[in-house]
Design a protein around this ligand. Structure first.
Ligand code: SF4
Length: 338
């Protein structure tokens, strides 16, 4: 984990405690660099807040307070970034094409090819809001935050667009989808000896595909058609609208944790697999698989209780990647929730 740079911990915390992101006007073309510069101070302070929350050397009381503020701080910034972009698009609608510049898809270390969306699309629980790896390493960087918002704006424009507007967005994203398909097949060339799996993509590595179900379905459909159905489109979600993600296109892993065993349990679609974030290591025997989440200082809790454990999050393995564990459980169609 990176060190906190440039700012004393107390100053970072005070900034976050009183933070309300001021709206800004984008007076030039929408580019990732210009947007990042417009929100430079806020994004850098958020980065410092993330580092403080994950620091082992900092006063742990300050680190805990920082942890609690991560989600709301990030979302406040993201919303103002989106607001500035939408305001600019109202004046110059043709600039939506700039949102598709750069890399629309990304990748996660653990699972490979993935889509990044804004964190404001999430409905977090008390446990996951600060623990989310959106606040870890490069996922908390200026470029990643801005990319997530760009993708979210495109998704939102698609959701509310008419047929012609939707077609325009698909046209903008087609080269990205084609290159993602090539990347998904390239991943297969690098698999460990003796291990085979389908090409795949994760929706979404940060943020919620279920918040943009029509947009996400259009992309997944493109992948399915272009790969003769080979591409596994896997969703991890905690979202109420997970039910809007069709099982013909998506493998849905609905994630619960100790704070979501009430109302949220009712949001699990009948065709989804139930998975469990065991932040404290206590496994759920009801879930198809448990993840020992490790977003706090690289710490892996000791698993306890009954339940199936994701090998990539086991404290016993050295390499925490699905392929090194030769596992594709989450990318296979669930059988009756398992
Ligand atoms: S259960 Fe398997 S596929 Fe799912 S995250 Fe763990 S290692 Fe990866």
């Amino acid at each position: 984990m990176r060190k906190v740079t440039g700012r004393p911990h107390e100053e970072v915390l005070q900034w976050a405690e009183s933070y309300s992101c001021a709206s800004r006007r984008l007076d030039s073309n929408i580019t990732a660099t210009k947007v990042a510069l417009l929100f430079d101070h806020d994004l850098r302070m958020y980065w410092n807040l993330c580092a403080l929350s994950r620091s082992k050397k900092a006063d742990q009381l300050l680190a805990k307070k920082a942890h609690k503020l991560l989600f709301t701080t990030r979302v406040k910034i993201e919303r103002q970034v989106a607001f500035a972009i939408f305001a600019r698009l109202e004046r110059y609608p043709e600039e939506r094409k700039y949102l598709a510049a750069g890399k629309f898809f990304g990748r996660s270390l653990k699972q490979g090819l993935s889509l990044r969306l804004p964190l404001y699309s999430c409905k977090p629980t008390d446990s996951c809001s600060g623990a989310c790896y959106a606040h870890d390493g490069l996922d908390a960087s200026r470029a990643s935050v801005v990319r997530g918002v760009f993708n979210g704006v495109l998704a939102e424009l698609y959701e509310r667009g008419n047929r012609q507007e939707r077609d325009e967005i698909v046209k903008l994203l087609t080269p990205h989808c084609d290159s993602a398909i090539r990347a998904a097949y390239r991943e297969l060339d690098k698999l460990p000896l003796g291990w085979q799996r389908a090409p795949r993509i994760r929706f979404a590595h940060v943020g919620e595909a279920a918040a943009y179900p029509t947009f996400s379905s259009a992309i997944a459909k493109y992948f399915k058609v272009k790969t003769n159905g080979d591409m596994a489109c896997t969703v991890y979600t905690r979202h109420k609208d997970a039910v809007a993600l069709p099982p013909s296109l998506f493998i849905v892993n609905f994630t619960l944790d100790r704070d979501s065993l009430g109302e949220r349990k009712k949001w699990v679609p009948s065709w989804a697999r139930t998975v469990f974030s065991a932040f404290d290591g206590v496994l759920s025997s009801e879930a198809a698989i448990n993840f020992i989440e490790h977003h706090q200082n690289g710490y892996y809790a000791e698993p306890s209780g009954e339940g199936a454990l994701c090998p990539a999050t086991s404290p016993l393995v050295e390499e925490h990647f699905c392929d090194s564990c030769r596992c594709d459980f989450c990318f296979k169609v669930p059988e009756k929730g398992k």
